[in-house]
Design a protein around this ligand. Structure first.
Ligand code: ADP
Ligand code: MG
Length: 216
């Protein structure tokens, strides 16, 4: 469902991605591991249309996404892509439910439809008692599950997760891993996960090793 060909990226003179080729199948869970600074986050941002490559091409389905303009990219991202980061980036002044709903509202979907789906996601993630809480009243594991629900609200084809368990203890990390697998079973979306967590990497369908701007 996603194909990247010869992705290259410079930050000024720094050559960060040196020609990455990658294919992700629908429903596949792939992990990227590799040393800090090897370009993992940069690659994820490019594949997720948060950033553009200097060379190369990203296709999702048969659409070439890196030739879209900013506005088209934002629309594409909102509709097809979910992100989970190491730090949840929930909005502190909004409740868990509102945080999950916001990308759905921004996509112009009907308010009540979005709310209903957000509630069902929160319930599925074991957060039904937390819907009206603001992020700072939630535990780290709960906050991260709210972030996962938010990533799912527009039914994306692929979820990009950048060290999603980096800030969690091992019990919560384990729970989040299980969650990714049960979500895949239910929705058949793809996951591309950057992780330092050996267990998560080992559970995934495929492990990609990144080193010095390349997948080796
Ligand atoms: P990883 O996620 O594998 O740790 P990154 O993709 O974050 O690696 O970074 C790869 C390299 O690019 C690092 O040397 C980093 O310092 C540099 N880098 C990342 N983002 C920027 C940026 N916005 N501007 C300049 N250099 C950057
Ligand atoms: Mg990184």
């Amino acid at each position: 469902m996603l194909t990247a060909t010869n992705i290259q990226k410079y930050y000024g003179d720094l050559w960060v991605l040196k020609g990455v080729d990658l294919e992700i199948k629908q429903g596949e869970i792939a992990s990227i591991v590799g040393p800090s600074g090897s370009g993992k986050s940069t690659l994820l941002h490019i594949l997720g249309t948060l950033d553009k490559p200097d060379k190369g091409e990203v296709r999702v389905g048969n659409q070439r996404i890196n030739f879209l303009n900013e506005k088209q990219m934002a629309a594409f991202r909102n509709k097809h892509v979910g992100f989970v980061f190491q730090f949840h980036h929930l909005l502190p002044e909004f409740t868990a439910l509102e945080n999950v709903c916001i990308p759905g509202w921004m996509a112009g979907r009907r308010k009540s439809d979005v709310e209903q789906y957000a509630l069902s996601l929160l319930q599925m993630l074991g957060l039904e008692k937390r819907v009206d809480n603001k992020p700072n009243a939630l535990s780290g594991g709960e906050q991260q599950r709210v972030a996962v629900a938010r990533a799912l609200i527009n039914r994306p084809n692929i979820i990009f997760a950048d060290e999603p368990t980096g800030n969690l203890d091992s019990a919560n990390a384990h729970e989040l891993h299980q969650l990714f697998f049960s979500l895949r079973q239910q929705f058949n979306q793809s996951f591309l996960i950057v992780t330092h967590n050996e267990d998560l990497a080992q559970m995934s369908d495929r492990i990609l090793h990144m080193k010095d701007g390349k997948i080796v």
